[in-house]
Design a protein around this ligand. Structure first.
Ligand code: F6R
Length: 246
């Protein structure tokens, strides 16, 4: 059975953010001019707020850093507040003082999204992939937008989102899943696994099944999160509700 390197189970969302920020500050301190791969979504928002709070008095924390989004919806302009680029810009890159070109995301309006995915992979490869990846997890076990059944060796690609994912992400689309774009460009599992260190965050009861599959130690494309079992440096932080073992 394979396992995850280190796990913290914390009481609630606010303590998760503190614990995650501790890990990040420590990791950033070891990494000059870091390349980060960043999740959007609800889970990391408190963590980003905490990172911003700590970075405010310590500009060296992200000096020379480049942030890459894990994924982006097809059909949304980068300026659209629902786009992942715009969300990451507002919540973390801008408050930390990054210049706009230091936040990179796939172009959701690319006329050829498949070519855009290839280009995105190449841009990450040119930087030697990520020093640090911050991941959330979907209720169906997706990481980035790698939905169940995805081959683990796929690089960045275009994905058709599952109904479950569109329902889970409807909150920023007027709570109407039909308004959530049906396709996205996502980094692949293989792209994520090339990151030097991975921070995986899970919050809330809806994530318990996915964490349980991870803790089973059995790797299966039906639960993309289990691809992380083959990575040597994953730090998992969950709150009590997402933790299956009590
Ligand atoms: C978003 C992403 C997704 C989310 C996941 C959980 O960039 O990569 O894998 O991390 O869907 O989303 P929340 O945190 O909203 O439950």
């Amino acid at each position: 059975m394979k396992g995850i390197g280190a796990t913290d189970v914390v009481e609630e969302a606010s303590t998760l953010a503190l614990s995650a920020a501790d890990w990040l500050v420590e990791s950033l301190g070891k990494t000059p001019r870091p390349t980060l791969l960043l999740a959007t979504g609800q889970t990391p928002l408190h963590t980003y707020a905490e990172l911003v709070a700590r970075g405010t008095g310590a500009p060296h924390l992200v000096e020379g850093a480049t942030f890459f989004a894990l994924d982006e919806y097809c059909g949304l302009d980068a300026e659209d507040p629902r786009s992942f680029r715009n969300t990451l810009w507002r919540h973390v890159a801008k408050p930390l003082g990054l210049s706009p070109e230091r936040l990179v995301a796939p172009d959701g309006l690319a006329t050829d999204p498949h070519a855009e995915a290839v280009d995105y992979e190449n841009r990450l490869a040119a930087r030697g992939y990520a020093d640090i990846a911050i991941l959330g997890v979907g209720t169906n076990g997706h990481i980035a937008f790698n939905e169940p059944g995805v081959p683990f060796d796929l690089p960045s690609h275009v994905v058709t989102l599952t109904e479950e994912t569109r329902i889970a992400n409807a909150r920023t689309f007027g709570a109407d899943p039909s308004q959530v774009p049906s396709r996205a460009i996502t980094v692949g599992i293989s792209t994520i696994l090339k990151s030097r260190r991975i921070l995986l965050l899970a919050q809330g009861e809806a994530k318990r099944r996915a964490i349980s599959e991870l803790l089973s130690g059995i790797s299966s494309p039906q639960w993309p999160i289990t691809a992380l079992l083959s990575h040597p440096s994953v730090h998992l932080i969950t709150d009590r509700e997402a933790w299956p073992e009590g």
